[in-house]
Design a protein around this ligand. Structure first.
Ligand SMILES: Cc1cc2nc3c(=O)[nH]c(=O)nc-3n(C[C@H](O)[C@H](O)[C@H](O)COP(=O)(O)OP(=O)(O)OC[C@H]3O[C@@H](n4cnc5c(N)ncnc54)[C@H](O)[C@@H]3O)c2cc1C
Length: 376
């Protein structure tokens, strides 16, 4: 029996994969019920291949918005690189899907048996007793099982139990996210767009027929707070040099729903498992969002872990899982960190844009496939 901690993207996908492969599990989540916040998310083809395996791909596509081009532009929406997702579509059967996080969470939860998800269960302590792991929750209830999977996100309590020395790094950047209750102009409806300005950036994509997700990233001190009364004015002022569409999007978003997060990651750790406890997703390898891959990597973890358990070919499945996954996940963490730095160049912004404009299509496609491919 596997106890899974956390009903985020990674924990829920693990449960779905376990259902498919007949692996026994129970899932525990600290929230009182489904409550995904955080505006939109882009699900790349590597994530969608797992959604297909787990039997929820059609539902994800139905409630999301298919993106056929990932476009990097300057602040005026002049194209720097424009990566068609068609080669991905040809190879894997689908391109990227942009979706509201709450919708994604609903699709995953609806596909799971209700009696295996336990809400209001915040991990308090963990004890390893011979072959049994005992988890005590804040309400003093307990769960005992042979194996424990920590899918409890970047601030993982499970990780702090097995690897207390792990370090979260602040990137020096803060992100505001929102959803405008309107579609984008038709020419942008099937695009995921990131606009690089001088030391500042803005991204957007439609996430359903009538909703547009956006993000605005700036250098900032950590732990800043917003004054909701002046936030919109501040963002409008910060992005006034950008294409007028940015102004429209910020203006037409309800200020109360705008979220603010410092962008952090987890300094890569040497192992993701200890004894019968294993970490997945952000708990194991949280990455900055610059490549739109954190959720996809959590989803890939779910797939490979489930497959390894089901095949049962290796005595130390958690070690085999780490060996299978660490290179790709850690490479994405490092590359994403670097991309975040490059995206915020200030004085060298125009040289950067010129260099990126001249990246050959073959290199862009190769990089794309390295991320999108699942290696059997
Ligand atoms: C601004 C931003 C934009 C992003 N955009 C993208 C994107 O476009 N594409 C993409 O693939 N990724 C994106 N990501 C990354 C993605 O959101 C994460 O990588 C993903 O959510 C990780 O999933 P997870 O299941 O590991 O953790 P989480 O989604 O954080 O889930 C962890 C769960 O564990 C629960 N939990 C925590 N502590 C406890 C406890 N003590 N007891 C019980 N339960 C607990 C939490 O309540 C939560 O439900 C983005 C991230 C950010 C910050």
């Amino acid at each position: 029996m596997y106890t899974i901690i956390g009903a985020g993207i990674g924990g829920l996908t693990t449960a779905l994969v376990f259902e498919k492969l007949n692996i026994e599990y129970q899932l525990f989540e600290k929230s009182s019920g489904p409550n995904a916040i955080g505006a939109g998310i882009w699900l790349a083809p590597n994530a969608l291949q797992v959604m297909e395996f787990a039997g929820v791909l059609d539902e994800v596509i139905n409630v999301g918005n298919v993106i056929n081009r990932i476009t990097l532009t300057n602040h005026k929406l002049d194209i720097i690189t424009d990566s068609s997702q068609l080669p991905a579509k040809e190879k894997y059967g689908f391109s990227t899907v942009a979706i509201h996080r709450a919708k994604l969470q609903s699709v995953l939860i609806d596909a799971l048996p209700k009696n295996k998800i336990h809400w209001n269960k915040t991990v308090k302590t963990i004890a390893q007793l011979d072959d049994t792991i005992s988890v005590t929750f804040e309400d003093n209830s307990k769960s005992e099982s042979r194996y424990l999977i920590g899918a409890d996100g970047i601030d993982s309590k499970v990780r702090s139990f097995i690897f207390p020395e792990a370090k979260i790094r602040y990137s020096g950047q803060t992100c505001w996210r929102g959803v405008m209750e309107e579609a984008l102009p038709i020419e942008y409806q099937e695009r995921g767009i990131e606009m690089w300005g001088q030391g500042i950036r803005f991204g957007m994509s439609q996430i359903s027929k009538s909703k547009t997700y956006w993000f605005a990233v700036q250098k900032s001190k950590a732990f800043g707070k917003d004054d909701k009364r002046t936030l919109k004015k501040k963002l409008l002022n910060d992005y006034k040099a950008f294409h007028p569409l940015v102004n429209t999007i910020i203006n037409n978003t309800n200020t109360e729903t705008i979220l603010r997060n410092d962008i952090t990651d987890l300094k890569p750790i040497k192992h993701w498992h200890k004894g019968n406890i294993c970490l997945i997703g952000d708990a194991a390898h949280a990455t900055t969002p610059n490549m739109g891959q954190g959720g996809a990597q959590a989803i890939e973890d779910a797939y490979y872990l489930g497959r390894l358990i089901a095949e049962n070919s290796n005595k130390n499945i958690f070690k085999a899982f780490y060996i299978k996954r660490y290179k790709k996940a850690n490479a994405i963490t490092s590359k994403s960190w670097l991309m975040g730095k490059i995206a915020h160049y200030n004085k060298a912004a125009s040289i950067r844009n010129l260099l990126f404009k001249n990246i050959p299509k073959s290199v862009l496609d190769k990089t794309m496939h390295a991320v999108y491919e699942l290696n059997e």
